[in-house]
Design a protein around this ligand. Structure first.
Ligand code: RET
Length: 288
């Protein structure tokens, strides 16, 4: 799987050398809205397939209502306390990306696992942000009116990578992985983020390194194997949710009108709102 992901990543990077800046943005947005959104479109079915979640067992309508309520709550928080919600969003996403990457390589459910995966995810974001400082400063400013300083990025990267290194050294007995290979993946991510602009760098990581493996795990969890039939079942079942998410996003863009400077902030706050419940669903299936 990882070899395919490396090939896909470099293929996509090679493809972008033929694209203009706006072409790269279009490719990034297509990746996020297709594979990216798709990997969160079967959350309700995943919840229904759990023995229980949060000690509860609810029916489809109840889960759907709860899900929509959490999305709306996330959106309202973004509106009312944008900076706090953004920090929370990046922290939760870091844990979520790390959990996806490490779940089969280290003993789960320990405090160490939560700390390690969060620091790993933060290191990925720190790499992405470090190589795209002007764009990150703009998007964060547009999102919550807070202007990050350039002096923030290098220490943020060094601290996260440093803590990751220390935790890896102390906890290496808990892992079943090749750390040289893991360091190589981080190098590949750094390379992608330094070559591609912010949105494309994020999209390549998010779709190839997070959403595809997550789709793989989810299909196995739901149908027991990866086959044409189970892929077809997954796609047909997620279609209506995927389509509703896209319609929701389109509706927001329609309501705010054609203000270009709001395009990325709206996309990221939309992602944040739908990410909050998704992270809890995946956390529950990883626990089973
Ligand atoms: C890239 C980026 C950001 C963070 C995005 C995040 C945190 C995305 C997480 C998505 C997830 C976890 C999706 C679901 O699986 C900021 C800080 C908004 C602004 C600068 C660019």
């Amino acid at each position: 799987m990882k070899a395919i992901m490396i090939v896909l990543t470099f293929f996509a990077l090679w493809l972008t050398s033929f694209l203009s800046a706006s072409g790269e943005n279009v490719l990034a947005i297509i990746l996020i809205l297709t594979i990216g959104i798709l990997h969160g479109s079967n959350d309700i079915k995943l919840l229904l397939n759990l023995k229980e979640s949060f000690g509860l067992k609810m029916n489809k309508q109840q889960y759907l209502l709860l899900y929509i309520a959490v999305v709306l709550l996330g959106a309202i928080c973004f509106y009312l306390i944008p900076l706090v919600t953004l920090v929370l969003f990046v922290g939760i996403s870091a844990y979520h990306f790390g959990e996806q990457h490490w779940s089969d390589k280290v003993h789960k459910h320990s405090k160490f696992f939560i700390g390690y995966t969060t620091i790993y995810g933060l290191s990925i974001f720190a790499l992405l942000f470090y190589f795209n400082q002007p764009e990150v400063i703009e998007v964060v400013d547009d999102l919550c009116g807070f202007r990050l300083k350039h002096a923030f990025f290098a220490p943020f990267l060094i601290i996260n990578l440093g803590v990751l290194l220390i935790l890896s050294a102390f906890g290496h007995k808990k892992f079943t992985c090749n750390f040289i290979l893991e360091a190589f993946y981080l190098l590949v991510f750094g390379l992608i983020f330094s070559i591609a602009p912010l949105i494309l760098g994020f999209a390549l990581y998010f779709t190839i390194w997070h959403s595809l493996p997550s789709l793989n795990d989810q299909i196995k969890f739901l149908y027991g194997d990866i086959s044409k039939e189970s892929l077809f079942k997954y796609l047909t079942n997620s279609l209506v949710y995927w389509f509703s998410a896209l319609l929701g996003l389109l509706a927001i863009y329609y309501i705010i009108g054609s203000d270009d400077s709001l395009f990325l902030p709206v996309l990221f706050s939309f992602l944040a709102a739908i990410t909050f419940p998704h992270v809890f669903v995946i956390e529950q299936i990883e626990r089973e």
